[in-house]
Design a protein around this ligand. Structure first.
Ligand SMILES: Nc1ncnc2c1ncn2[C@@H]1O[C@H](COP(=O)(O)OP(=O)(O)OP(=O)(O)O)[C@@H](O)[C@H]1O
Length: 428
């Protein structure tokens, strides 16, 4: 039995870049042409194809290209028999028996779509052998689908005027992909799908995993830098970003290169996709972590400079910028963060002698953030950043330190925002 799909891709993310492609593709389809989305793996071809099919608002037949396909897998075949037996005993001494055996024809998806005017989404169609796809040529151009000869049905069907086909394909250099015959390409409008831009990748990660925008941006930047350094261009980095974002969001792992847990996950997700030797890819990944830390430290410095100017105007003590910390690919490698500025009272000390500063080291902005959280429970890191005018790294470092000291807790998880609050007993 053939199943008709009513696809409505959930959380389809439409950024200006995606919108431009979708609008063009929809125009071609509305004018009666079939569309071919071509590009590296993970650029969003299948998702866009289903979104377009959804916009056409006709039932969808989904087909995945396969090297084992035969033409019959597209158009259908004879399946089973119908047997008809007539026993004529009109004259009791004469028995006339008529026995007829007929094969049954069963439509496959292409035939059904052509007959009923459905939308055919033929995903990775160039994984099927080109000769198998030949049957599409007359369906797309002459609007006739030719079926195998048979004495009990017509040998071709007229293609329904609302029939549309959306094809997707990966580049020919991919393993298991066949070259497409020119005649078929000539009948399609081919749109080359680029790697989604940074904003699109970030938005998709936010919408699909529920991760906050800042963490998504760090993940997208990191994956992009790593892929540029390794020269991995055969696939998009979008899937890697989505895996990292989902794991960080669901397991409350803070997405910064300073976080050892995050670095481990990055290694698992990215190294095998780099197309380099393991040692080479590892080195490149750690260089990328360090570069990101350097870039963010520079950003932090300039933001600290800004604060210094403001604070000087108010004649208050100035916070110190965080020195740069380099990390190396050893298992025991830990990012050492600066142990200066504004130490936070430890809970015990605070209970006995509230005025006394403890010996325990503090990271920059720890106290500021703690005091902010005392006034504003359940806030996201992005809100803290905005309120205090500090960077993502400074916020996360301070939150990590506060959490390690048992002064704040965070809540979050799948589909929920990661928020922080001061622990019971620490509230102002
Ligand atoms: N516009 C979008 N909105 C929401 N999610 C998207 C969008 N584009 C891509 N994605 C997500 O990105 C991932 C990869 O997309 P998709 O499978 O469509 O890529 P593809 O180009 O068809 O890949 P392949 O060639 O490997 O089949 C999927 O998880 C998909 O849900």
């Amino acid at each position: 039995m053939t199943t008709v799909l009513r696809a409505s891709p959930r959380r389809f993310v439409s950024t200006p870049a995606v919108e431009r492609i979708a609008t063009r593709a929809l125009r071609y389809l509305q004018s009666g042409f079939s569309v071919h989305l071509r590009g590296p793996a993970g650029t969003g071809k299948t998702t866009l194809a289903l979104h377009l099919a959804d916009m056409i608002a006709r039932p969808i037949m989904l087909l995945f290209g396969d090297d084992e396909f035969k033409t019959s897998d597209l158009i259908g075949n004879q399946s089973g028999y119908t047997r008809k037996k007539v026993v004529d005993n009109f004259i009791h001494s004469v028995v006339k028996v008529e026995d007829e055996l007929r094969q049954n024809w069963v439509d496959a998806r292409l035939t059904l779509a052509c007959r009923e005017g459905f939308t055919l989404v033929y995903d990775e169609f160039n994984r099927s052998r080109p000769e198998v796809n030949n049957v599409l040529l007359s369906a797309l151009e002459e609007k006739l689908l030719v079926l195998p000869p048979s004495h009990n049905r017509t040998e071709y069907i007229r293609v329904h005027p609302q029939f549309r086909a959306i094809f997707t394909s990966n580049p020919e250099e991919y393993c298991g992909v066949h070259a497409t015959q020119d005649a078929l390409l000539d009948r399609l409008v081919t749109i080359n799908m680029p790697e989604p831009d940074e904003l699109t990748q970030q938005e998709i990660a936010v919408q699909k995993t529920g991760i906050d925008r800042e963490s998504a941006s760090i993940i997208v930047q990191l994956v992009r830098m790593f892929r540029t350094k390794t020269g991995a261009e055969t696939a998009s980095g979008l899937r890697s970003c989505l895996i990292l974002a989902k794991i960080c969001q669901e397991h409350e792992i803070i997405a910064t290169p300073e976080n050892a847990e995050f670095r481990d996950i990055c290694q698992d997700v990215l190294l095998s996709r780099a197309g380099r030797s393991l040692s080479e890819a590892t080195q490149i990944l750690w260089d990328t972590f360090n570069e990101m830390i350097r870039l963010n430290t520079d950003a932090a410095r300039s933001s600290v400079d800004l604060r210094v100017t403001e604070v000087e105007l108010e004649s208050q003590p100035t916070p110190q910028p965080a020195p740069q910390a380099a990390i190396a690919p050893q298992p025991e490698a830990q990012v050492r963060l600066p142990l200066n500025t504004l130490p936070l009272s430890s809970t015990d000390a605070a209970a006995d002698e509230p005025e006394e500063e403890p010996e325990s080291p503090a990271v920059p902005y720890e106290r500021d953030i703690f005091e902010y959280l005392q006034r504003h429970p359940d806030v996201r890191p992005s809100e803290i950043e905005t309120a205090l005018g500090i960077t993502r790294f400074q916020t996360i470092n301070a939150l990590n330190a506060l959490r390690d000291k048992g002064l704040v807790t965070n809540r979050g998880g799948a589909g929920r925002a990661n928020t922080y609050r001061v622990c019971e007993g620490e509230r102002a």
